[in-house]
Design a protein around this ligand. Structure first.
Ligand SMILES: Nc1nc2c(c(=O)[nH]1)N[C@H]1C(S)=C(S)[C@@H](COP(=O)(O)O)O[C@H]1N2
Ligand SMILES: [Mo]
Length: 401
């Protein structure tokens, strides 16, 4: 169980260590200079040590070596918040309110009702922050300077949002469904983190209100008691500590839809959101095809003439992975890697390749995924103002001696 006092005590300890600078100020400073320390490990209550990016709000990423597994354990799963007031929700007191101007009968549900009255569904799905690898963009882009660890693959169990909405009844004028969680900003002026979905996505059979993650209740930091799962879409829509769902006849115009999480139109494949589009940009939606090497690190030394294992994961926005290719000579030749077990089109897919380096020297290892849609990772990240969708082909240099 999360001990909030312990967390606050730890937070004030860190404040003192920073010589009076608030963490908010410090993170602002760090972002401006690009000097944020991305190697400091720190454990939130109930979690193992994660890579701390900011303390308030808590933004912690998972060390990449933990991704060398089909599912990411709950106690090492990354944590991302926009606002710093995160109440510890009590299961018995929690209520989910279904309302909005385009709903027929507003509803209020307890956790027990949610578990008892609707059909349970389980889906393996990757939870990926839109800004994962933002820290690798050149030139530098403002925002949390994530490395590769703002993601995790889990098996989610819950009920369909569409079944819950059917209980309330959807009016003919319905256009979007907004989502709010129990967390909020420190100051009244901070925009509350509220997102919206196009009606069709809210009614998709894979869109879940989840109360379990990898067979256990959701950890506090990952949304206890329930969060939304939007398989295939980036995690910005995966509302944690979900408290309110509103069916609306107009586009939701809050800060986190209208201003943040937007990408230039026509620069990335997939995922329209027509009610939220402008002439030039649109909300981020589906994840793009991507992969990551999980068992090797840049600069590592490995022995000559011994099999070199290259493992990793690959994913996309729900088409599934068609093939995974690995190069050990800096992209001159490519070899097909073996895809491991398929846990469904929204899960990441583990892959594996073995190669024997015959001679000592430097080896440039590269990995690229192709999705069933035919999309392939680009050689360079696609520039965009907020540093989303970094999916460039990864390059790692290994010394063979
Ligand atoms: N209530 C709430 N839900 C939220 C957020 C938030 O700030 N508050 N951030 C979103 C974003 S941008 C991401 S990347 C994911 C992160 O999920 P995690 O913290 O469980 O890893 O939560 C999403 N849901
Ligand atoms: Mo995110």
């Amino acid at each position: 169980m999360v001990d909030r006092r312990q967390f606050i005590k730890k937070a004030s300890g860190t404040l003192a260590a920073l010589g009076g600078l608030s963490l908010f100020q410090r993170s602002g400073l760090a972002t401006a200079t690009g000097a944020e320390d991305s190697t400091s490990l720190d454990a939130l209550p109930g979690k193992k040590a994660l890579i701390k990016k900011t303390y308030r709000p808590p933004n912690y990423e998972t060390p990449v070596s933990y991704f060398d597994a089909p599912f990411t354990p709950n106690n090492i799963f990354f944590v991302r918040y926009h606002n710093a007031v995160i109440p510890e929700v009590k299961a018995g007191e929690w209520r989910l309110r279904i309302g909005g101007d385009a709903v027929r009968t507003p509803l209020e549900l307890t956790l027990e009702q949610l578990r008892r009255d609707f059909k349970p569904v389980e889906i393996a799905a990757l939870c990926l922050c839109s800004g994962n690898r933002r820290g690798l963009f050149q030139p530098h882009v403002p925002g949390v300077q994530w490395g590769s660890g703002a993601m995790g693959n889990a098996c989610w169990r819950g009920v369909r949002l569409k079944d819950v909405l059917a209980g309330a009844g959807i009016g003919k004028s319905a256009m979007e469904v907004s989502l709010d969680g129990a967390d909020s900003g420190v100051m009244k002026t901070t925009p509350d983190f509220i997102k919206s979905l196009p009606l069709a996505k809210a009614l998709d059979e894979n869109t879940l209100i989840a109360f379990e993650m990898n067979g256990e209740p959701l950890p506090h930091w990952n949304g206890f008691p329930v969060r939304l799962i939007i398989p295939g879409w980036t995690a910005t829509y995966w509302m944690k500590h979900l408290t309110a769902v509103n069916v609306m006849s107009k586009p939701f115009d809050g800060f986190w839809m209208k201003t943040a999480y937007r990408i230039p139109k026509d620069r990335f494949q997939g995922g329209q959101f027509s009610s939220q589009e402008t002439e030039t940009n649109r909300p981020i939606t589906e994840m793009v095809v991507n992969s990551l090497i999980t068992n090797l690190v840049d600069g590592q030394t490995l022995p000559t003439a011994k099999p070199m294992e290259i493992n990793g994961v690959a994913w996309d926005g729900g088409n599934g992975i068609e093939k995974m290719e690995v190069s050990t000579d800096g992209g001159i030749s490519w070899h097909q890697a073996t895809l491991k077990q398929d846990y469904g089109r929204f899960s990441w897919r583990q892959w594996h390749h073995v190669f024997v380096p015959k001679h000592p020297g430097e080896y440039r290892i590269m990995a690229r995924a192709t999705s069933h849609s035919g999309a392939c990772q680009p050689n360079e990240p696609i520039p965009n103002p907020s540093g989303y969708h970094h999916n460039a082909v990864q390059k790692i240099t290994i010394q063979v001696a």
